[in-house]
Design a protein around this ligand. Structure first.
Ligand code: MD6
Ligand code: FE
Length: 209
C-alpha cells in the first residue's frame, strides 16, 4: 500500500465490487514481481479446448491456477518447472490483506496469486472465477502498467455491463454478493508506461483452498 497517500477513495461500483484508485505502490511491486517471474516465468496456457490464451500467466503462493486440456484447477507445483510455485512475497500478501480490509473484508489471507500479463490488443473474455473452494473470501485484483477497461456484468453472462477504468496501482476488491459475477477486460489500447513498458500486469489474490 502506498504510504504517501493522503486519503484513499473507496468507490462502490455495485454491492461487493469496490474500486480503490492508486492504492498499490507500482514501482515496488514491479521489482518484487521480477523476482517471482525469474522462478516461474510467464507462459501461454492452453484453454480446455486447446487454444492458446492470449494473456500470459504465472503464479505465486501455496497454489497456482492452471489451465490446460484437462480444464482449470489449482496446483501446488508449476507444471513447467515441476517445482513448488514461488512463495507469495510479503509485500503482495500485506497489500492484498490491507485492500480487502479497506473494502470491508477483514481477515483476508490469500493462498494464491495469479499473475496475468497483457500487451495492447489482448483482452480477457467474460468469465466467472469459480475454481476456488471458499466463495466467502473476496478476490483482490491489482492493476499495474498501462490502462485497461474492466467490466462487470452480473450473475448471468448476458446483460448490461458496468465499466471500471483501471490505471496503474488501482485495486479492485471483488466479493460478497458479486463474488461470482461475470466480468472481463476489454481489448487493451496501445499505450506505454515508464516502468512497465507496453504492458499491463494484473495480480489477483485468492483464497483457493
Ligand atoms: C484483469 N481480472 O483485471 C482480470 N477476476 O486483468 C479478473 O479476471 C478478476 O479483476 C476476479 C476478481 C477480480 C478481477
Ligand atoms: Fe476473473
Amino acid at each position: 500500500m502506498k504510504t504517501e497517500s493522503l486519503f484513499n477513495e473507496n468507490i462502490e461500483i455495485c454491492p461487493g465490487v469496490i474500486h480503490l484508485p492508486a492504492f498499490a505502490d507500482s514501482a515496488q511491486l514491479h521489482s518484487v514481481l521480477q523476482e517471482v517471474l525469474q522462478r516461474a516465468p510467464l507462459r501461454q496456457m492452453q484453454t480446455s479446448r486447446g487454444f492458446p490464451m492470449s494473456v500470459r500467466t504465472s503464479n505465486c503462493g501455496e497454489v497456482g491456477w492452471v489451465s490446460d486440456r484437462r480444464g482449470y484447477r489449482y496446483t501446488q507445483t508449476d507444471p513447467v518447472s515441476e517445482q513448488a510455485w514461488p512463495d507469495m512475497p510479503q509485500a503482495f500478501s500485506s497489500l492484498a490483506q490491507q485492500a480487502a480490509q479497506t473494502a470491508g473484508f477483514p481477515g483476508f489471507v490469500p493462498d494464491a496469486c495469479l499473475i496475468n500479463h497483457y500487451v495492447p490488443g489482448t483482452q480477457m473474455g467474460a468469465h466467472q472465477d469459480k475454481d476456488e473452494q471458499d466463495f466467502s473470501a473476496p478476490i483482490v485484483s491489482v492493476s499495474l502498467g498501462i490502462d485497461a477497461r474492466f467490466y462487470v456484468i452480473g450473475p448471468e453472462r448476458r446483460g448490461t455491463s458496468t465499466a471500471i477504468d483501471l490505471s496503474d496501482g488501482d485495486v479492485v476488491v471483488f466479493g460478497g454478493p458479486a463474488r461470482k459475477h461475470y466480468h472481463g477486460v476489454r481489448k487493451l489500447k496501445a499505450s506505454t508506461h515508464p516502468i512497465w513498458g507496453e504492458s499491463r500486469c494484473n495480480l489477483t489474490f485468492r483464497k483457493a483452498r
